[in-house]
Design a protein around this ligand. Structure first.
Ligand SMILES: Cc1cc2nc3c(=O)[nH]c(=O)nc-3n(C[C@H](O)[C@H](O)[C@H](O)COP(=O)(O)OP(=O)(O)OC[C@H]3O[C@@H](n4cnc5c(N)ncnc54)[C@H](O)[C@@H]3O)c2cc1C
Length: 383
């Protein structure tokens, strides 16, 4: 990916807007939120996110006919890089804006576009992703949550788990089995379900970090309109897979600028306490820097492509890199890391999740083995 002089002008405009806007009531929000820190100042970040929306900084990649800015991939990358560089607070709108909206644009009806896209763009409705279940994670096609039509409504019963931000979401896109007796990817539907109703119970799950960003979600006769199915009933698997491909987008680059800040903070800590003079620590810090350069180069080279193995390679590269950085931080801080240093502890602990969510490392390697290397599918041994 190459940035033109006009792109660089756009970069300057984004940077100036962020500098001017992260002041006053928003100044204290710098650095708030993000992976492992979603509990931080949710209401204030919601207000900031609405401020972004009002200034036209949401829906950047949606085509103009759907109310978006229709920005090129390069400009989306620039926005996210500058956003992370400015330390702007993590957005609360990501699931709706970057996962559901592109799915709706590709598969939804004009009525669904009119009903659901504007509140996503304005950040007046927040979404969560109801895929995983206790018996269906990596093996998502085992989804057992059921939905049946009752007049002009779907009635949903079942349990979802690990549902990020369900406790603050207004709506959930739910993968449910709508054809009794169907198996695997057949007979599933992609339903849009309101969270604020009697048939929905959200229970927080406490994470390693001590906070609760994800939840169990129980649907017990929950209801949604018959028209709130994306794609044809029974075709939900295709729609669900499309959403998974949108999980990787330009925002990925922003994540890496956040990583650069983590690395710079660690370099500063090592300089301060003198460990930067130790040859082995210097070697590890230099390797960390090289690793991040490789992640960024690979991301810029492959972003926007449609080869799923590249997405898998990138996921493994960045998640492993971030975990190693957390481990290096613990090494550099030594025993001190166990007291104080909340941010480093959180990075070290939360980065465990990064090789699980969005498809675990093993699943990514299976994809690479099968699709890139042409190896046979793994044998499952029955006892
Ligand atoms: C922080 C976080 C946020 C999440 N947010 C959401 C969310 O918002 N919505 C949502 O629906 N889900 C969410 N998830 C769930 C996530 O998608 C699943 O955890 C993930 O897909 C793995 O599924 P599982 O936990 O059931 O593990 P399992 O699938 O049971 O896997 C257990 C272990 O077995 C390995 N394994 C499984 N199958 C194979 C195989 N075929 N070959 C080799 N190894 C295998 C896995 O790699 C893993 O190490 C989130 C998870 C995390 C950690």
């Amino acid at each position: 990916m190459r940035f033109t002089p006009q792109d660089e002008e756009f970069r300057a405009a984004v940077r100036a807007w962020l500098e001017a806007s992260l002041t006053g009531e928003f100044a204290a929000l710098r650095g708030a939120g993000g992976p492992g820190r979603e509990h931080e100042r949710h209401q204030d970040r919601l207000a900031w996110n609405r401020h972004l929306a009002a200034a036209g900084w949401t829906a950047l990649g949606w085509p103009a006919e759907f109310g978006g800015r229709g920005l090129s991939l390069a400009r989306q990358v620039i926005f996210h890089e500058e956003y992370a560089r400015a330390g702007a607070p993590a957005r609360v709108s990501i699931v709706g804006e970057e996962l559901l909206a592109p799915t709706l644009i590709a598969f939804g009806t004009p009525e669904q576009h009119r009903r659901f896209l504007p509140p996503i763009k304005a950040v007046t409705e927040l979404w969560c992703q109801g895929y995983s279940e206790p018996g269906a994670g990596s093996d998502l096609a085992s989804v057992a949550t059921k939905a049946t039509l009752d007049g002009d409504e779907w009635v949903i019963t079942g349990q979802k788990i690990w549902t990020s931000l369900a406790h603050v979401a207004d709506w959930c896109f739910v993968l449910a089995r709508t054809e009794p007796g169907s198996a695997r990817g057949q007979g599933l539907s992609y339903l849009l379900v309101p969270m604020h109703q009697p048939g929905v119970t959200v229970r927080p799950i406490r994470q390693l970090t001590g906070t609760s960003e994800f939840n169990e979600v129980f649907f017990d006769g929950a209801r949604t309109a018959a028209a709130h199915v994306v794609g044809r009933p029974g075709d939900g698997w295709q729609v669900a897979k499309a959403t998974l491909t949108f999980e990787r987008g330009a925002a990925m680059l922003g994540l890496q600028v956040g990583f650069r800040r983590d690395l710079e903070n660690l370099l500063n800590a090592a300089r301060r306490d003198g460990t930067a003079a130790d040859p082995i620590t210097r070697d590890k810090l230099a390797r960390a820097w090289i690793g991040l350069e490789a992640v960024r180069a690979y991301a810029l080279d492959t972003l926007g492509g449609d080869d799923p193995t590249q997405a898998s390679v990138l996921k493994i590269l960045w998640s492993r890199w971030h975990q190693r950085l957390g481990e290096l931080a613990m090494e550099i801080l030594g025993a001190e890391s166990m007291t104080g240093h909340d941010d480093w502890q959180r990075l070290f602990l939360f980065s465990r999740a990064e090789t699980i969510y969005g498809g675990s490392d093993e699943i990514q390697r299976n994809i690479i083995a099968t699709r890139a290397l042409g190896l046979p599918r793994p044998q499952t041994k029955t006892p």
